[in-house]
Design a protein around this ligand. Structure first.
Ligand code: OOB
Length: 549
């Protein structure tokens, strides 16, 4: 095992192989299987370029060869941050070919998140884009090398004088592609997914070739994709939803065409859908609301047959509106980067499509809904979702202590979602028992923000909770107890938080002064009552605290 991970128990691994779930194939097979029959078909369309399957395969092989020449080898790790554009996939497949294991940071991740991943992974390779200010100059990567005491190769997509240009490496026709070493085992970690997390430090999720390839094939099967699929990727490319549910990898597996949008706004997406005859896409609920509110939606979306919505709860009311106003069939998707993905099926009845978030995609997904003591609840009662299966991971990377909490004694992953299961096995997400905010599909760990807030000299204590928001579903409210004799203003706190260089979506949207936190019976901060408190203030339209004293 080159990159360390918690393997599946042997008997389960054996069953997944016997059932044909695990094929012992590399993820690169997703691409390479098409080369003889449809190499000349368009695989990717962006605003200003088109790539055939053959080009995507060739570019990724050339890049792999040139990285091998630079000394990178199977088992090395990489930190990659690229925007929604075709280089993301060239790099993804190049690293898979070499067995270099990347974490694909989201494009809005900032200095803090990237440094954190680098610290965990000690990457031998960093790839960035000049569209991201951190990679416009050498400062950030120099600091990274120094602070974390690591040495890595740096490639930048763009024209900078301190690093080689990424694209030139794959455009170089002189590259000797015979030097790409043979693929590594399908039981190896292929790449890391990012966890939304509920702890102070975001955790990495090792995904193997076997488990991920199965999740892609099974997703394609459930969605009945064929080579006629034209899918628009408008959500961040690295996210599990548009990458594999069935997402871009599903498109490549099915032999379809991937259209890439830089963002999910109607003004960006509608013309692309019209121009390229897009028939499938995936959105988070806030983007679906924007689409509903845009003029001429149904007309612009004439070619669109199916709209997936997931990442956060979609209300029944919105689910109905999506189908009636956009004239599409809705597919709800309730998934997690850790594994389990639930889909409503294309032939599910209207009630199921509008009121549930789907059912597990694999016959071997085991879902057990339990109460607070870990005892299974009766069918139809709400409880905590625990799960295991052929593509659900068995442990976060290098996080033994956290893993003991994240898994039950029987080895089931406890996702922290409160769900109800129907008789048909469909799940409705009714709440959450994890210290996380879900801001329109972006997950924020309360503890991560609390730690930053606590480092302010005038802050005595901090508790971060979600507050309701019409568009995003939830936003972030930070309750603050100020130290005796001190006074701070929300603007100062906001400035202080900005100096931490976090991803934009993580900054608190509101700060509230409080004298003391309400406590639960066992003496913990009672976040439920803080959430109720801020919801009441919002309902009464009470303006936020001006000064926290
Ligand atoms: C997807 O993955 P993550 O890892 O960003 O977030 C997982 C969490 C779930 O545990 C749940 O709390 C929430 O996001 N979630 C939903 C949901 N889909 C995800 N909550 C309510 N309704 C839904 N439809 O978000 C993800 C991964 C693959 C496919 C789709 C979404």
């Amino acid at each position: 095992m080159r990159v360390n991970y918690t393997p599946w128990p042997e008997d389960e691994a054996k069953r997944y192989r016997e059932k044909g779930f695990w094929l012992d194939l590399q993820l690169t097979d997703i691409l390479d299987r098409h080369l003889t029959s449809q190499g000349s078909k368009t695989a990717i369309i962006t605003d200003d370029s088109r790539l055939t399957y053959a080009e995507l395969a060739l570019y990724s092989t050339r890049l792999a060869a040139s990285l091998a020449k630079r000394g990178l080898k199977a088992g090395d790790t990489a930190l990659v941050q690229l925007p929604n554009d075709f280089p993301f996939y060239v790099v993804y497949f190049a690293l898979l070919r070499l067995g270099v294991v990347p974490v694909n940071a989201l494009f809005n991740h900032n200095r803090e998140e990237l440094s954190h991943y680098a610290k965990q992974l000690e990457p031998k390779l960093v790839i960035g884009s000049e569209l991201q200010p951190l990679f416009k100059t050498a400062d950030f990567t120099n600091q990274l090398r120094e602070n974390e005491d690591i040495a890595f190769e740096l490639l930048v997509d763009g024209n900078v004088d301190f690093a080689p240009s990424l694209r030139e490496l794959w455009l170089n026709e002189e590259t000797d592609i015979s030097c790409v070493p043979k693929a590594t085992g399908a039981d190896e970690v292929a790449f890391f997914q990012l966890s939304g997390g509920s702890t102070g430090t975001p955790k990495l999720i090792p995904r193997t070739h076997n488990d991920y390839y199965y999740s892609v094939r099974q997703s394609v099967d459930v969605c009945e994709w064929e080579d006629s699929v034209v899918y628009l990727c408008a959500l961040p490319a690295a996210h599990n939803f548009p990458l594999s549910s069935p997402g871009a990898l599903g498109v490549f597996f099915a032999g379809g065409t991937l259209v890439i949008a830089p963002d999910p706004s109607p003004s960006t997406c509608f013309p692309l859908i019209k121009q390229h005859g897009v028939n499938w896409t995936a959105l988070v609920p806030p983007a679906a609301i924007l689409w509903l509110n845009a003029p001429d939606g149904a007309e612009a979306l004439a070619s669109l047959k199916y709209l997936q919505v997931g990442g956060a709860r979609l209300s029944t009311n919105l689910a109905k509106r999506v189908e009636s106003e956009l004239d599409v069939t809705l597919q709800q998707v309730f998934g997690m980067a850790e594994g389990l993905v639930n889909y409503t099926r294309l032939d599910d009845d209207e009630w199921t499509r509008h009121n549930t978030q789907g059912r597990p995609m694999s016959e071997d997904d085991v879902v057990v809904i339990v109460d607070e003591d870990g005892e299974p609840v009766k069918q139809g009662e709400e409880g905590l979702l625990t799960t295991k299966g052929p593509y659900t991971f068995r442990g976060y990377f290098n996080a033994d202590t956290h893993n003991r909490k994240a898994f039950t004694d029987q080895g089931y992953y406890a996702s922290g979602d409160v769900v109800v299961q129907t008789e048909t096995g469909h799940l409705t997400v009714v709440g959450r028992d994890k210290d996380q905010i879900n801001k329109g599909g972006e997950k924020i760990a309360a503890e991560e923000l609390e730690n930053h807030l606590l480092s302010h000299p005038d802050v005595f204590d901090a508790a971060v909770v979600s507050m309701p928001d019409e568009l995003l579903g939830e936003r972030i409210c930070a309750f603050i107890i100020v130290k005796k004799g001190c006074a701070v203003r929300p603007v100062t706190l906001n400035k202080f938080m900005r100096s931490k260089h976090l991803a934009d979506y993580k900054y608190p949207d509101r700060y509230e002064l409080i004298d003391a936190f309400p406590k639960t019976k066992v003496g913990k901060v009672d976040k439920k009552s803080l959430r109720a408190h801020i919801a009441t203030l919002l309902a009464k339209r009470t303006p936020p605290s001006r000064t926290l004293v």
